[in-house]
Design a binder for this molecule. Structure first.
Ligand code: NDP
Ligand code: MG
Length: 378
């Protein structure tokens, strides 16, 4: 046991804040904080760095350097800004890196963190969606241990422990269905980003909340699962489960199904990844089954949620199609948030990008991935 060191990439986001909450709970005897990184939220980053006694605080936004420096003056905490500083922070050797930057912006720093080995607690699903095989090969090459923080993948990881991989028939990803689970396409056509961001069960960052409403989040998670657990496209099932209590399941060849259940609280999978291979004591909600009364399951509707069909297509087609799906999705999501396109236009644009860039082969370097991402955004 003893104290371990940690860096939190994306400390000021939804996952980052929950991670700091878990770290505060575990106490300084469990972790010493090397670096915290953020982008636009300088006040929070400075407050966090003081609170946990970080050695280094970095904002990815170069123009905010002076502000962060002022906010931390006299504390002895090192301050840096910009993309290069972010990569330098990620390169400092630590026992655990929490990878919680949103979008493909998290790929380069996470690939850097992999190089010193250690544990990578992976929240940034875009790493696996865009870089897939290359990302896993880098983990292998540098002896890094990848622990999934995404609640579904964390559930599957737990349900696989002690089991033989050949005994796995399929994995069943659960999806809440988001705020528009029962809405018609016509009703969805005119929704705003504000409505789309109101998730019924989970409190998350803006982008992933909207991705949950369009089910692009589940689409990314299907691809993430395929890579993490070495599955074929046919082995990835999705089922809608509106209560978000069963976080995912594994079907075995004898007909057994193992599931992980818990409250809809990201501190559970975050705590699991930080305490692994132990379990921490956490002040999270204890499920009351008598009060729950029922758990519902229903088939996902690919007609109303084309993101699922596009993910299936990417899984079957391989090559660069997942990176294209993600890049086009990120650009379409930015345009939707800016009010430039409608909610349903997002999937249409992703499909156009996949049609046009269908022949690109599987990327084998960060440069290739960033080039595919650039084309997909266009
Ligand atoms: P948020 O938007 O809440 O936070 C994102 C973090 O990344 C913030 O610290 C933000 O800084 C930072 N950031 C944003 N843009 C950049 C950039 N260009 N360069 C460097 N840093 C940047 O996201 P979430 O916490 O919701 O999600 C983080 C990741 O975890 C995503 O990949 C998401 O899919 C995944 N995830 C999230 C879950 C959740 O419950 N939220 C559940 C499962 C997975 P700042 O805020 O200071 O600008
Ligand atoms: Mg998830």
């Amino acid at each position: 046991d003893g104290q371990r060191s940690i860096t939190v990439l994306g400390a000021t986001g939804s996952i980052g804040v929950s991670t700091l909450d878990v770290l505060t709970h575990l106490g300084p005897e469990a972790f010493r904080v090397e670096a915290l990184t953020g982008a636009s939220n300088i006040a929070l980053l400075a407050e966090q760095a003081r609170r946990v006694g970080a050695r280094l605080a970095v904002t990815a936004d170069e123009s905010r350097y002076g502000e962060l420096k002022d906010a931390l003056s006299g504390t002895g905490i090192e301050v840096a800004a910009g993309r290069t500083a972010l990569i330098e922070a990620a390169s400092r050797p630590v026992d655990v890196t929490m990878a919680a930057i949103v979008g493909i912006a998290g790929l380069a720093p996470t690939l850097t963190a992999i190089r010193h080995g250690g544990v990578i607690a992976l929240a940034n699903k875009e790493c696996l969606v865009c870089a897939g095989a290359f990302f896993l090969a880098e983990c292998e090459r540098h002896g890094a241990t990848l622990l999934p923080v995404d609640s579904e993948h964390n559930a599957i990881f737990q349900a696989l422990i002690g089991e033989e991989r050949a005994a796995v028939e399929t994995i069943v990803l659960t999806a809440s269905g988001g705020p528009f689970r029962t809405w018609s396409r016509q009703e969805m056509a005119s929704v705003t980003a504000k409505t789309a961001a109101e998730h019924p069960n989970w409190s998350m960052g803006l982008k992933i909340s909207i991705d949950s409403a369009s089910m692009f989040n589940k689409a990314l998670e299907m691809i993430e699962a395929q890579h993490l657990f070495g599955l074929t496209a046919e082995q990835v099932e999705v089922i809608v489960h509106p209560q978000s209590i069963v976080h995912s399941m594994v079907r075995y060849r004898d007909g057994s199904i193992l599931a992980q259940l818990g409250p809809a609280d990201m501190r559970v999978p975050i705590g699991y990844a930080l305490a692994w291979p132990d379990r921490a004591t956490l002040p999270t909600e204890r499920l009351d089954f008598a009060a729950l009364s029922c758990l519902d399951f229903e088939a996902p509707d690919e007609g109303r949620f084309p993101a699922l069909r596009l993910a299936r297509r990417a899984l079957l087609h391989g090559g660069a199609s997942s990176a294209v799906l993600n890049g086009a999705k990120e650009a379409a999501l930015d345009a939707f948030i800016a009010g430039e396109i409608g909610f349903l236009d997002m999937a249409e644009r992703v499909e156009v990008a996949m049609d046009r860039l269908g022949d690109l082969s599987e990327p084998r370097s960060l440069d290739e991935i960033e080039e595919i991402d650039r084309q997909a955004r266009i």
